[in-house]
Design a protein around this ligand. Structure first.
Ligand SMILES: [Zn+2]
Ligand SMILES: [Zn+2]
Length: 341
């Protein structure tokens, strides 16, 4: 289409999302860079992550994204999520490893610590923000002097992480989202200003887990302020965050039946509290509706397709800075033909 062509059929936005309260994001000069890392892949079956599922036999390959964030004023660096631990085959029980292979088709690319080193970053000094599930805790041993940050339940809920933390001798930093330093930001009620300059907000997005956190990063300042919101497991299918009215029907799936289990096996819970998780999705969608906010979740097959092999986008490249000018914010429209197995 030429630039002078008239744009027709522009999608109608979901009015119920636009009517949610939204506070203008805080202005300020401090910014961060943020760049994606892929250390592992999983396969997600559509009916497990999307309801209604238009193609219940379909599944898609997706990374478990890790994001490297650098605070420009101080040079401090953090990771949002740590991917899948490279040694999962020996670290977990035989039965669990079988599920990770047979159901999720788990594959490791490399250890996150090694990827950082190859990119010129010392993992010992990188702080980590995470949630407790097996595809996000990574392998924390290389982060020797780092601060581990999460909610009160993050480091207690699952043995994989709690045992790793114990072995490291670390005391995690707990963010209390009901404490006095918590403020509203954008469409969210509870956020913590991590550096105290408005450049990185840890946001309580509970539901998937009790203490699930997203991170809102200012990548450029006014007059062209741009933000990236990384949301981990807030949503497991990209179209759950599509702001078009004809996508309003799509919801998360609260429970699923493991297709490899016995026929009479009970359904498995995917979320700690499905109603809270729906609320966090709604608020994240409200953020996505802003034209200066780009949301990226952990298992975005679409962004993986756009970004793979792009050294400018992927760590240790430029990352998602100037994403508007570079046209990096993609569509979230449902399209089964985009899936790769
Ligand atoms: Zn999770
Ligand atoms: Zn996940």
């Amino acid at each position: 289409m030429s630039s002078s062509a008239r744009v027709t059929g522009a999608p109608e936005l979901d009015a119920s999302i636009l009517s949610l309260p939204f506070r203008p994001l805080p202005e300020g000069d401090a910014t961060c860079t943020i760049s994606p890392i892929i250390n592992s892949f999983v396969t997600l079956q559509e009916p497990i992550v999307l309801y209604p599922s238009p193609n219940p036999q379909a599944s898609f390959r997706a990374p478990s994204f890790v994001f490297h964030i650098v605070h420009k004023p101080t040079g401090k660096s953090l990771l949002y999520d740590l991917g899948i631990r490279w040694d999962f085959e020996t670290a977990f029980s035989e039965d669990y490893v079988k599920v990770l292979h047979d159901l999720w088709h788990t594959k490791i690319v490399d250890d996150v610590g090694k990827i950082l080193e190859k990119g010129g970053v010392d993992p010992a000094k990188v702080h980590a923000l995470l949630h407790e599930h097996w595809d996000h805790t990574g392998y924390i041993a290389p982060f020797t002097t780092a601060e581990l940050v999460g909610g009160p339940q993050t480091f207690a809920a699952e043995a994989n992480l709690s045992e790793q933390v114990k072995a490291s001798g670390k005391t995690p930093r707990i963010v209390d989202f009901s404490g006095p330093s918590i403020q509203p930001v954008g469409a969210f009620e509870r956020a913590f200003d991590y550096f105290g300059d408005g450049s990185l907000w840890l946001i309580h997005t509970p539901g998937h887990t009790q203490d699930h956190m997203s991170a809102l990063v200012r990548v450029s300042s006014a007059p062209d302020a741009q933000w990236v919101l990384v949301g981990g497991d807030t949503a497991h299918h990209p179209c759950l965050l599509c702001t078009h009215a004809n996508h309003a029907q799509y919801q998360l799936k609260a429970t699923f039946r493991n297709p490899l289990a016995e026929a009479d096996a009970p359904e498995v819970k995917m979320h700690f509290d499905a109603d809270l998780a729906r609320d966090s999705i709604k608020r994240t969608k409200r953020m996505e509706a802003e034209d200066n906010i780009m949301c990226v979740m952990a298992h975005e097959y679409g962004y993986w397709k756009y970004w793979r092999g792009n050294e400018e986008v992927m760590f240790p490249g430029l990352g998602l800075s100037e994403w508007k000018k570079r046209g990096l914010k993609g569509t979230r429209v449902y399209d089964v033909t985009e899936y790769e197995e």
